[in-house]
Design a protein around this ligand. Structure first.
Ligand SMILES: Nc1ncnc2c1ncn2[C@@H]1O[C@H](COP(=O)(O)OP(=O)(O)O)[C@@H](O)[C@H]1O
Ligand SMILES: [Mg+2]
Length: 370
């Protein structure tokens, strides 16, 4: 690998250029500054795998740290979510009382931060501390010092119901009712709209402000590719750039892969031509297949799969009605599967009555499976 490659095709890692997300960043930054009455003070970010949700949580955390806030950053895909947040809050409270500088306590780099994540926290008198009282004490303390706490929860679609209920009740009470400075940003796959958010008792999450992340616009995709290249002392021809932009579909993870592999193809020259872009696209598509498409596929039902197989017959966008015919179902029935497959990140709307594959590598792969 060329040591100077500016692209970062790794989940959860901030990109060299964060393109097209200024509006979302501005929304939460303004909310942190304005305080708990701001509608974006509790926010839910959703979007398909690789669209840039975790990166935006990192941005929110950085914005909060810049304001001198404390940050708790957890993922709902690990067990004991509320206990983890409770322990992190108590650790922050101790540090705040000792006058130590604000920082981020995260479940990702938990080793070495001195927080006992899995133990049930207790007071000096031996009484169990629950999430709500730990967060209330911390937020109350921070309010006195005119600062705040940001809680981010990633992978919220994977949360256990009991944990979700406790978390919702606590944050709702502290931020919305008591108006204490506890801001919340969650991130989830779009399926959350059909799962957690349909449950009774999840009003808090239903009422969070929403940021639905879409693929990047063409001009943002261009700068996400070109800026890192020029900043690293390289260049990319217009035609090569257009090829890469088209192949990415505006999908941020694919953009990083394309940039990365095109750069490698050009190394050590740093001048990316059409030939390098084509070879880079080929490499990137293999990686997208392994890291995104196959994981999506393994989570699909037999009917979801037959819908996609029926689409792979077409060389370009597919008509829903034609798909319905091919899988011998009614158009209404096909609509249900259309929605599910969009949420899963397998397909995208392509104008009236049409859909297309989100990742172009899915078509040849499906054809090779038959
Ligand atoms: N706005 C963006 N512009 C360019 N690259 C991005 C952008 N957002 C995310 N990425 C890149 O896309 C990849 C996936 O981002 P990540 O936040 O992990 O996605 P998600 O959490 O939605 O699955 C990472 O390599 C990241 O650097
Ligand atoms: Mg993520």
């Amino acid at each position: 690998m060329a040591a100077d490659n500016p692209f970062l095709p790794t989940f959860g890692t901030s990109p060299p250029v964060l393109a097209g997300r200024d509006d979302v960043v501005a929304r939460f930054t303004r909310a942190f500054e304005r305080g708990p009455v701001h509608p974006d003070y509790t926010m839910l970010i959703s979007g398909v795998r690789g669209v840039g949700k975790t990166v935006l949580l990192n941005e929110a955390e950085d914005a909060a740290l810049r304001l001198g806030w404390r940050v708790v950053s957890v993922s709902a895909s690990v067990p004991g979510l509320c206990r983890q947040i409770t322990n992190a809050a108590l650790e922050h409270l101790r540090e705040a009382e000792d006058g130590r500088a604000p920082r981020r306590i995260s479940s990702v780099n938990v080793l070495g931060v001195g927080v006992a994540w899995t133990e049930q926290p207790v007071t000096e008198a031996g009484i169990a501390v629950d999430l709500r009282s730990a967060l209330t004490s911390l937020a109350g303390h921070l309010a006195d010092g005119d600062t705040g706490l940001l809680l981010t929860v990633d992978e919220l679609q994977a949360v256990e119901r009991e944990e979700a209920t406790e978390l919702a009740a606590s944050v709702q009470h502290i931020a919305r009712r008591e108006l204490l400075p506890l801001a919340f940003v969650g991130a989830a796959l779009p399926e959350i709209d059909e799962t957690l958010l349909t449950d009774r008792g999840m009003t808090f999450f239903q009422r969070c402000a929403r940021a639905r992340l879409l693929p990047l616009e063409r001009s943002d995709t261009q700068s996400a590719l070109r800026k890192p290249i020029t900043r690293a002392g390289g260049r990319i021809g217009d035609e090569a750039l257009e090829l890469a932009v088209d192949a990415s579909g505006g999908h941020p993870f694919t953009i990083q892969l394309l940039g990365y592999h095109s750069w490698e193809m050009a190394a050590p020259d740093r001048h990316i031509t059409v030939k390098h872009a084509q070879a880079g696209i080929f490499e990137a598509e293999q990686a997208v297949l392994d890291q995104i498409v196959k994981p999506i596929w393994s989570g699909l039902s037999a009917i979801d799969r037959s819908f996609l197989q029926a689409m792979s017959v077409d060389d370009a966008d597919s008509e829903i009605n034609a798909i319905a015919d091919r899988i011998k179902r009614s158009p209404n029935y096909a609509q249900t599967y259309r929605r599910r497959l969009i949420d899963a990140g397998a397909i995208e709307p392509a104008g009236r009555g049409k859909v297309r594959f989100t990742h172009q590598s899915l078509r040849p792969w499906l054809r090779s499976q038959q």
